[in-house]
Write a protein that binds this ligand. Structure first.
Ligand code: M6R
Length: 618
């Protein structure tokens, strides 16, 4: 969850400025403390503290390091072991204060290693697991290893997940980066500067050429070049392909919007248009496998799980087989005695690094000795999830920086719907003309959202003002829209810190309705699909008990509009082909509602309390 950045150069540049900018671009990964180390004249210069990067920069002038320095490591932290304090922030050092380490991940055997190192006389000052690493390297160097060999031996002794970056005061010409389960990428400006980072946007303003480090690989960075070795077999040659990143840097920066979250909501139409261009061969490969599968599971976490719930409805409609949706953290527990050979798992993840999902997939593959097929849908090329999957589709949302997932949700649902249509083509359950109409409906999602964002958003702020005093909400829906209710609710919880229950409107009568009093806000998700008539009844039930009814409806809606105190109107045609698209077209309004509610309560929507963009701890 932490952000890691390293730079080594032979150019005359301000190393501190680059390091600071690097971690600023990674701040979405964790933001409770940060630190930078720069090396000059066999000495490490360190600035670190608890707090957000800008606050610390004000106090410590994070870009100011010796001007001749050519090497720096920088870290932004999301606390796991030990509270966010200065002493727990990275980098961490060994006893000699020559080895500096930054780390993303968790070392499971750190207590054991700590005791062993303490017996050797090492002194620890922090509560972190990371501090083990520099001491372990120091221990191997004392036994005669050079730096690279010592790092190989040290990481091979660590159990757990790590993206680790190391520098040594006596080795000014190299940075060492190693990964196991936590992402690390290497950027290169040939002959000049080499970068490493936990995510590509950190170095994207300087280079588009990058390598993706795989598990157990080590990168030895020199100014303008890099070598790789496998820490499990250092003599085995490694051939890696350089990747050319095509995103614009603008896509990874705020581009004039006040927050990434707002920018990313407004990017939804573009993201959807790009997603419509996913090669058909890719979609067909998924469709074929699903068509012949015995059992199908779909699994994910958070927003990706709610996208999966919507996608599951659409696929089931055309596939005619039930798909089991299971949160990835419960996957193993639920299926320990039930997972069968020849099942297919669809794994959905924006980052492709969510540890519970990766573990679920690894567990399933190991349990069934690989007699299982994993299909993944992710937004990140080369992410861990793609490596554990038999087939991958990359959603085309572009980099998503805001901690709250927005545009990636839309592209995930669209991708699943496109797969569903390919299944319909195979099964011939509907005519070609009907498939074309469904396809046109999916294609229209970008224009509908564009139109909504340009013309219909003005009442969102009024609704936010109207709900200002409320801290509890229901988001209610039926059928496929339960996914929308849950995802809309998750956004409000995350960024506006309001308690909301996203629930089935029918099921809400079996308990939750007892909370409703005069003015209790209930947001009904009411597209004109087969659930509409019954939802009218539910709206009446909640209205009769004094609920403040806000409904999300299509432009032409009349009945629920009449019953509601306020409506959010989506410019969408009301016909059966458009029924499958409401999970995509209705969500931007709810995302905006959460965004403006966060601003109303003086909360930073890009950095919600206690969260991180990618959850790499169990
Ligand atoms: O990267 P992933 O899609 O696997 O992440 C899953 C969840 O952690 C993520 O969706 C989380 O719920 C977001 N904060 C939602 O806005």
């Amino acid at each position: 969850m932490c952000g890691i950045f390293g730079i080594i150069t032979n150019q005359d540049i301000s190393i501190g400025k680059f390091a600071l900018e690097g971690i600023k671009r990674l701040e979405y990964r964790g933001y409770d403390s940060c630190g930078i180390v720069a090396l000059h004249d066999s000495q490490l210069f360190i600035k670190k503290d608890a707090g957000k990067i800008d606050e610390i920069n004000e106090r410590l002038k994070l870009s100011e390091f010796p001007s001749e320095s050519k090497l720096a490591l920088a870290h932004t932290r999301w606390a796991t072991h030990g509270p966010p304090t200065k002493v727990n922030s990275h980098p961490h050092l060994d006893c000699s204060k020559k080895i500096a380490v930054i780390h993303n991940g968790i070392l499971e055997n750190f207590l054991e290693l700590k005791e062993m190192l303490e017996r050797e006389g090492h002194k620890f000052i922090s509560d972190t697991d990371t501090e083990i690493i520099p001491h372990l390297i120091e221990s191997y160097m004392k036994k005669g290893d050079d730096l690279i060999q010592a790092v190989v031996n040290a990481v091979n002794q660590c159990i757990g997940a790590y993206g680790v970056v190391i520098c040594h005061a006596d080795y000014p010409d190299i940075i060492i980066a190693v990964r196991k389960e936590s992402p690390l990428v290497i950027g290169i400006e040939k002959g000049k500067t080499t970068y490493c980072a936990s995510d590509i946007p950190a170095f994207l303003p300087y280079t588009r050429q990058c390598y993706i480090l795989e598990d157990n690989e080590m990168a030895i960075l020199k100014a303008g070049s890099v070598n790789f070795l496998n820490v499990l077999d250092p003599d085995m040659p490694i051939k890696k392909e350089i990747i050319n990143i095509e995103w614009s840097i603008d896509a990874a920066e705020k581009g004039g919007y006040e927050h990434f979250m707002l920018k990313e909501i407004y990017e939804e139409p573009v993201a959807l248009r790009r997603t419509m261009k996913i090669p058909r061969t890719n979609l067909q490969a998924f469709a074929k496998i699903l068509w012949s599968a015995k059992n199908i599971y779909i699994t994910a976490a958070g927003t990706s799980f709610y996208a999966s719930l919507a996608g599951k409805h659409i696929i089931t409609k055309f596939l005619g087989k039930y798909i089991h949706a299971i949160e990835c953290s419960e996957f193993q527990t639920e299926l320990d005695d039930a997972l069968q050979e020849d099942s297919v798992i669809i794994a959905v993840s924006q980052s492709g690094e969510t540890i519970d999902l990766i573990e679920a997939i690894r567990w399933a593959k190991e349990k069934l000795k690989k007699k299982i097929t994993v299909l993944c849908i992710t937004n990140v090329v080369g992410s861990s999830l793609t490596r554990y999957s038999d087939e991958s589709i990359i959603t085309q949302a572009g980099p998503e920086i805001g901690v709250a997932a927005t545009k990636t949700y839309c592209t995930q649902v669209l991708t699943l719907a496109l797969i569903a249509l390919e299944i319909a083509r195979y099964r011939k359950v509907i005519t070609k003309q009907e498939i074309d109409k469904y396809y046109d409906a999916l294609k229209s999602t970008a224009d509908i959202i564009d139109n909504y964002l340009k013309n219909n958003v003005s009442n969102i702020k009024d609704i936010v003002n109207n709900l200002d005093k409320s801290s509890n909400f229901f988001y209610l829906a039926r059928g496929i829209s339960i996914a929308t209710a849950k995802e809309g609710g998750l956004k409000l919880k995350e960024v506006a810190c309001r308690f909301i229950e996203g629930y089935s409107a029918a099921h809400a009568k079996h308990g939750p309705i007892s909370l409703v009093r005069e003015g209790f806000p209930i947001i009904f998700i009411a597209p004109p699909d087969e659930t509409y008539q019954r939802l009218v009844g539910n709206v009446m039930e909640f209205k009769a008990r004094g609920g403040n009814i806000i409904s999300v409806v299509v432009d032409s809606d009349k009945v629920i509009t009449e019953l509601s105190d306020r409506t959010i109107r989506i410019p969408q045609p009301a016909n059966k082909y458009y029924n499958i698209i409401s999970p995509i077209t209705f969500i931007p309004a709810l995302q905006l509602l959460s965004y403006y509610a966060a601003l109303k309560h003086n909360l930073d929507p890009d950095q919600p309390l206690n969260l991180a963009k990618t959850v790499t701890v169990h």
